[in-house]
Design a protein around this ligand. Structure first.
Ligand code: FO1
Length: 318
């Protein structure tokens, strides 16, 4: 275990909770999380990176445990005053959270890359895991709905994930290059885990960055995905709704089918064990485990199972 290198592809809340388990199992300096930046948005001239910040706040012990994002005990005086001044305030940026975005934005404006700004935030807040944004270029997830194409946070927060999703695209993806260290981390990893994040808007943008999916496929025998769907519903967020409106099975099988070319092993929740054969028929190995991360013990146990699953080469990878 002393030289083991583990890579996690990460969205927001689900990935952050998974990483809380993983740091109990693997020394944090041997973990690299490659984080989605397709959710990023600018508010009041500030760059907000929700998935990076959710992972940072969680691993720094600062996160609001109720929402899973934002800072525990944060206040909203600045946002309230912005409202008084006539600004839109549907995206709830707390006072302390705003400091992160101010700091990041100033760093970016003075020429730092997003990787460098992230590294500085992690160092100052005491995040022991190596966090890499998927890319330093701007990629913006766009959700196609019956009402038109919506920027991701408009779909997710302002409109409350109510719209049917007809398609998803990533503006800027053709110009995006993997951030420094991303491809090397995948190439050098003993185990790669797709966190229990939304396959379409959290993991897909990462895999869509030029070179990342190819690097992952070269390590496919050591790639495991943890299901974000338990008993046909998403633990958090709109993954189940998206599966349905995008025409997939609304189950772990739909997720496994979506990932089948990229992974060797699928970590399925125990309540879905009857789906094992259907997933094996896709050419995947199945590991059944309790995947609901209710507390530190469950998080640790899931991290152990997922790590074992990614480390051990399946007998047959078709
Ligand atoms: N999610 C919400 O549902 N409502 C919010 O007002 C909101 C504010 C917010 C502020 C900072 C931040 O880092 C995240 C925030 N999120 C909010 C969460 C976030 O937008 C989504 O969870 C992710 O983009 C999905 O992974």
């Amino acid at each position: 275990l002393s030289t083991l290198q583990v890579v996690v592809l990460a969205g927001g809340v689900g990935a952050a909770r998974f990483l809380e388990g993983l740091v109990q199992v693997v020394p944090p300096d041997q973990i690299t999380a490659i984080v989605n930046t397709g959710d990023d948005a600018d508010f009041y001239g500030l760059r907000v990176c929700p998935d990076l910040d959710t992972v940072i706040y969680t691993l720094a012990g600062l996160v609001n445990p109720t929402t899973g994002w934002g800072i525990a005990g944060d206040t909203f005086a600045c946002l309230d005053q912005l409202g008084t001044l006539g600004a839109d305030t549907w995206f709830r940026l707390g006072d302390r959270d705003l400091a992160t975005h101010l700091r990041r934005t100033t760093l970016l404006q003075s020429g730092a890359s997003l990787s460098e700004a992230t590294q500085l935030l992690c160092a100052t807040l005491g995040v022991p895991v190596r966090l890499l944004p998927m890319t330093n270029e701007s990629v913006r997830t766009i959700v196609e709905t019956p009402d038109g194409h919506l920027p991701f946070q408009d779909y997710f927060v302002r409109r409350g994930q109510q719209d049917d999703v007809r398609g998803i695209s990533f503006a800027g993806i053709l110009d995006a290059r993997p951030a420094p260290g991303v491809v090397d981390a995948i190439q050098g990893a003993d185990a790669i885990i797709l966190a229990p994040s939304n396959p379409f808007v959290s993991i897909a943008p990462i895999l869509a960055v030029d070179g990342i999916r190819d690097a992952l496929r070269r390590r496919r025998a050591h790639v495991a995905a943890v299901t974000p769907i338990i008993g046909g519903t998403a633990v958090k967020g709109p993954a189940d709704h998206m599966l349905r409106t995008l025409g997939h099975d609304v189950s772990a099988v739909g997720v496994a089918r979506h990932y089948r070319e990229d992974i060797a092993t699928f970590v399925l929740d125990a309540v879905d064990s009857s789906l094992t054969a259907s997933i094996e028929q896709l050419g995947l190995r199945v590991v059944v485990a309790p995947t609901l991360m209710t507390g530190p013990i469950e998080k640790r146990a899931l991290a152990e199972r997922a790590l074992e699953a990614a480390l051990s080469t399946p007998a047959v990878v078709t």
